[in-house]
Each structure stands twice: as structure tokens, then as C-alpha cells.
Design a protein. Sequence first.
Length: 288
Amino acid sequence: MRTFTTLAGNSQQLDGGAMFGNAPKALWSRWMPADEHNRIRLGCRALLVQEPGRNILIETGIGAFFSPELKSRFGVQEEHHVLLDSLAAVGLGHDDIDIVILTHLHFDHAGGLLSAWRPDAPCQLLFPRARFITGRRHWQRAQKPHARDRASFIPELVARLEDSGRLLLADEGDGPPLLGPGWRFHVSDGHTPGQLLPEFAMPGGPVVFAGDLIPGAPWVHLPITMGYDRFPEGLIEEKEQLLADLVERGGRIVLTHDPEIALGRVGRDERGRFILSETRAEARRQAA
């Protein structure tokens, strides 16, 4: 039987204007109020999928690898590695994970692969038994970032993943390597080239980890994009295609950055706009 559990990672506070792109503050502040520094609260949520004989982790959040100075710059709230605590709460350690799926390698999605910062020692690559899956095109981007997103990558993490001998690159059009029946990948280029959005089958309908295509509930609205997105118009088209598909199939999405909503079923309102229903703040060993 397959089950899934949402896991909290380290949280952030980031500039609301950057997170909502060209949407005016008068609009987005109704969804996510800003503090006196114009920052909004954001989560960095991971997803644990458990199947007979294996534990699969989708993303690792931002983690705690930043130095205190960089923690402050990027609004990381906690000092310790929260994801490790969340795994412990369900009876697992990082060495119990068999597969880690990385939608992309920006630091707020993959930084949790690294141990917490210490002043007297370099960070170590965690998850010693896991195979790591990410997209081949995105891996190429991570190795040679564009000037626009170079700061979003962690060079030492890219090197350590390559040196691990446990990195598996997924080509577009392939079935998800290692994962087997009931799994598929959606590919998105609007936020970053070759972002992989994993989908797995459940009795209650398919579940998609929406990554930075739809980072939180407000971004379900088609025109809403982030200032960090490389190709906003293309992202809107990708988002519309995915959401329409999930409406037809009764699907749900898991939201990585929403501080309050972890999961929701995709639907339409009376005007045909996409909405989320049956929203939940967390899922614990959900079997349906």
C-alpha cells in the first residue's frame, strides 16, 4: 500500500513583491499579509511517499546549511534542520530514505540535502543510502547557471551530488527511473529549465507535487507568477495545462511554499477559474 505524509522543513520570510511578480501589493496582501519589511511567511515543505520496502522523499526544503549571515539574508527562521525533526516524528532518519526526488536544485528546494551549518566544519551530504533523481536538462542548468539565477544554486551541493555516484538524471519522455508503476513526471520550464513535477497514483485520485510551478494556494490563479520565474507567460500556459488535466482526473496538488495549506483538490468555480477544495494543513500517512 502506498501512503504519503507532508513534512515541514525550515521556513522563510521573503519579499512579497518578489514572490508575486507583477501582481500589486493591494491584491497579494489579501492572501499573504506582509510584515514591516514587506516580507511574507513561506514554508519549505517536503513529501514522504512510503511504499512496501522503500521510503521516497520529494524535495528537502532549504535546510539549515546557510551561515548565520546568509540565514538572515534569505529569511530562514530556524537554526536547526527542521526536516530531520519531521522525519524523526514519523519514525525515520535521513539514512532510512531510499530515493530523493528533486524537482529542481534551487537552494530552497535542495538545501536540505546538506547538514546544518557549523563554524568549524563543512556541510556534509545527508541521505547516505538514497539515490537522487532530478531532470537532465535542469542538471545542465545547475552546472552552468544563467546570471539571472546563479545565486539560487549551491555549487558545493552540485559537486557533491555528482561525486556521490548516486545521482540519476531523468530524460524527458522517460518513465520515472527507479519508481515503477503509478509514477510519472510532468516537466515545466517556466520557473527554471527542466523542473520535474512528480505525480503518483492514489485511490482518491492522482497527487502532484507542484514545486515552483504552483508554490502556494494563491498561485493557483493563472495570472499570478513569481518575480523569480524565468518565463512567466510560458509558466501560465504550463500551469493551465496541468490544472485542467487534474480537474479532469480528480487530482490533488501538494504545495511546497504555502505556510498554511499543504494539500488541495483542484477544481473550478462557477466562473471557470481554478480553485482548491478539500484543503488540508498536513497529511499523515494518507492512504487515499
